[in-house]
Design a binder for this molecule. Structure first.
Ligand code: PYC
Length: 318
């Protein structure tokens, strides 16, 4: 495939992790060369963004799908490399996507249950595949960057949150007065989109100027089922149906920094649709932690995407 062209067809496997879809491209993806995944991600962005759009956007995909391009790893210890992408662009890490990808590799017979390393643009993650649906991800080092960050949100007033890295950047809010429930979905989307915009307008960013492109609200859960329930707004405006692996990592980093969760102590994070990740962490250096996230994924589709050259929406609806 040369830049700006699409192949006639590609092979994909679809799965969902706690309700959140992952589409793994297993054959027919762009040739990004070899080497460092950050550089390969830049090449993907620069030369093959139409491929991202064709795979993720309607009519073949939807706003909620996260893609994973399967690639040869640079680090020979890794079973694979991958670049995660969505309707807005490219992710650093993706927790639910990693669980979906490992379950997909098992489904394809490429791996057996056990430990496997996966290379991502933000580092190597260790995974433990328990069985055909359950995977533990040892995520990249995560940390809270700032606490008590106040932002003036039009229509909402002052909102206070924490800024944390869990493989992506998050603004985490505990006090918001909203009910974290599917019946309140429209309002949750409205509130989190407003917060995201207010952070941008106020110039509130990560330490190197990164956009805080994931907004996470927390509320109470049924204690028999989980310790907390969340709602996560993803960069492209969709909400995460899963409890969000990188969002749960960011939450653990905040709990650890506040002395509210001890290393090794269990944290069960429930999503707005009721799926649960079980998590814990180990300390790294300083305030950095290594989160462990366990979730379940199911392969729910396998086949080809076809890109007809006369199709006016061959590259997806942008
Ligand atoms: O599970 O880390 C995650 C994730 C990020 C965006 C959607 N899911």
């Amino acid at each position: 495939m040369s830049p700006a062209q699409l192949p006639a067809e590609i092979e994909i496997v679809d799965s969902h992790t706690g309700g959140e879809p992952t589409r793994v491209v297993i054959a027919g993806g762009p040739d990004l060369g070899s080497g460092n995944l950050l550089l390969r991600r830049e090449r993907f962005r620069r030369e093959f963004d139409h491929f991202r759009s064709a795979v993720i956007n309607e009519p073949r995909g939807s706003d909620v799908v996260v893609g994973a391009l399967l690639l040869p790893p640079e680090d020979p210890r890794c079973v694979a490399g991958t670049i995660f992408f969505n309707n807005a662009g490219y992710l650093g890490m993706c927790g639910h996507g990693t669980i979906g990808l490992l379950v997909t590799l098992l489904y394809l017979g490429k791996i057996q249950p056990g430990e496997h390393l996966l290379e991502t643009p933000v580092g190597v993650v260790k995974t433990l595949v328990h069985d055909s649906e359950t995977v533990t991800v040892e995520n990249v080092p995560s940390y809270r960057w700032a606490e008590q960050v106040a932002v003036d949100v039009p229509g909402l007033g002052k909102v206070v949150g924490e800024v944390a890295w869990g493989g992506n950047w998050f603004f985490l809010v505990r006090e918001h007065g909203e009910t974290i429930a599917l019946s309140n979905l429209d309002r949750l989307l409205e509130v989190t989109r407003r917060i995201k915009q207010a952070l941008l307008d106020g110039g509130i960013r990560g330490p190197a100027g990164e956009e805080l492109d994931h907004i996470e609200l927390f509320g109470p859960a049924d204690p028999a089922k989980a310790d907390s329930r969340n709602f996560v707004l993803c960069p492209g405006g969709a909400y995460d149906r899963s409890p969000c692996g990188t969002g749960t990592s960011a939450k653990l980093a905040c709990l650890a920094a506040a002395g509210k969760l001890a290393p090794g102590q269990r944290w069960r994070q429930e999503s707005v649709i009721g799926s649960v990740f079980e998590a814990s962490y180990q300390r790294q250096e300083g305030e950095k932690i290594i989160p462990q996230i366990t979730g379940r994924a199911w392969v729910c589709g396998a086949g080809k995407l076809l890109f007809h050259s006369r199709d006016p929406f061959q590259q997806g609806i942008r």
